[in-house]
Design a protein around this ligand. Structure first.
Ligand code: DSN
Length: 415
């Protein structure tokens, strides 16, 4: 794909930067669990003339003229999202997962109402009630954590917390939790205190669509997601809900939070949902899972401490405290060796969020290149070499070269 054909003539500086980013995409291992490679069709839709269009409102009820094609493409995205996830209603306009979550709060809460979500430090997301986010500033946010010994969700503790704080909304979902979330249990807990249930599946959406991860749709009042992580679509968000909340959610997204929807991104979301209904997508998700489990097994064999002992999804959390190294330095050293992932706090971490005691590893993007279990073994070996010799510049250069040559065998964006 030619990413800079028209840019070069207009702005050589931006063209240069984009070329460098294309090279980084092609020649290094993208292993940030929340990232993926959107395919050429998705990228083309995002760069389409729909970027020119204002279409405030919803299909057939817009505030602008010239919206016939916008109506067609947004309705297609809505219908496909509903079909893909079996949802009663879908709003495909949120520009991000954060805005999708904010829309649910805006629709259902008054400032000062109580919410109960997973602690950011235990693997939750900023928008699940963290103090620095509007969800923690506008609402009375309470948090549940994970069990101190197993690092898994303790549903009895969550139920007890719900009884105590009587939240109006309980949030299930996480950014750094490698195990299955029992959404049915969350529904029972929500019902026991008369709370609404919002499930944020931003990380797991692709696996949910492929039926490889628990499905929250039958249990949740609201399901929010991003479309660019395991779902492999354009950068963006979405809210799904029961039909009885459709009007409130739509009003919260527009005009409550956003103005004109990004029609070019909505066109790309429609493509992503179509692709996610294919057998090839299911095969891909199956391999994402197999690769994560293979990589976790290899790292375990090498003596690393994997939080919860493994994974049920696309991500692995490594606790580096036994290795006497921190997340920040490890992530930097691995990046120098061509392996990009992110530092991550472990539950009950005593290091600051800028340092952290762990790293988060993801397999969606490397799987999109076609890599399988054999390559996971190689990657585990390289990670091990680098983590044991983080100051060895020659070793990092050697691994960087090996990574580049592996990437060349699994090309991306060569069409
Ligand atoms: N920033 C995303 C992640 O990396 O998990 C969540 O929004």
């Amino acid at each position: 794909m030619d990413f800079t054909k028209y840019i070069e003539a207009v702005d050589s500086e931006v063209a240069e930067i984009i070329k460098d980013e294309v090279q980084r995409n092609k020649e290094t291992l993208l292993m940030i669990a929340s990232e993926n490679y959107a395919d050429e069709a998705v990228l083309q839709a995002q760069g389409s003339v729909f970027t020119n269009k204002y279409a405030e409102g919803y299909p057939t009820k817009r505030f602008y003229q010239g919206v016939g094609n916008s109506d067609r493409v947004e309705q297609l995205a809505i219908d496909r999202a509903k079909q893909l996830f079996g949802a009663e209603h879908a709003n495909v306009q949120p520009n991000s997962g954060s805005q999708a979550n904010q829309a649910v709060y805006l629709a259902m809460l008054q400032p000062g109402d109580a919410i109960l979500g997973m602690n950011l430090a235990a693997g939750g997301h900023l928008t699940h009630g963290a103090a620095a986010s509007s969800s923690g500033k506008l609402y009375k946010a309470h948090a549940y954590s994970v069990n101190k010994d197993t690092y898994t969700l303790d549903y009895d503790e969550i139920a007890a917390a719900a009884k105590e704080v009587k939240p109006k909304i309980i949030v299930a979902g996480a950014s750094a939790y490698p195990r299955k979330i029992d959404f049915k249990k969350f529904r029972e807990i929500a019902d026991s205190v008369g709370a609404l249930l919002m499930c944020d599946i931003a990380h797991y959406a692709g696996l949910v669509a492929a039926k490889l991860y628990p499905d929250p749709v039958p249990y949740a009042d609201f399901v929010t997601t991003t479309t660019h992580k395991t779902l492999k679509g354009p950068r963006g968000g979405m809210v799904m809900c029961k039909e009885k909340y459709a009007k409130q959610i739509n009003s919260a997204v527009f005009p409550g939070l956003q103005g004109g929807p990004l029609m070019h991104v909505i066109a790309a979301k429609a493509i992503c949902f179509k692709e996610a209904m294919t057998p090839a997508f299911k095969d891909y998700q199956q391999q994402v899972l197999k690769n994560a489990q293979a990589l976790a097994a290899e790292l375990l064999k090498k003596g690393y401490k994997i939080l919860t002992g493994g994974t049920d999804c696309h991500m692995i959390l490594l606790d580096l405290r036994p290795n006497k190294i921190n997340g920040r330095d490890s992530a930097r050293a691995l990046e120098e060796a061509g392996i990009t992932l992110n530092k991550n706090g472990v539950p009950f971490d005593t290091e600051s969020p800028f340092v952290t005691s762990g790293i988060r590893i993801g397999t969606p993007a490397i799987t999109a290149r076609g890599m399988k279990e054999g390559e996971m073994k190689l990657i585990a070996d390289w990670m091990d070499q680098v983590l044991k010799n983080m100051d060895d510049a020659a070793l990092k250069l050697k691994v960087l070269r090996e990574v580049k040559s592996l990437c060349a065998k699994f090309p991306i964006y060569e069409k």
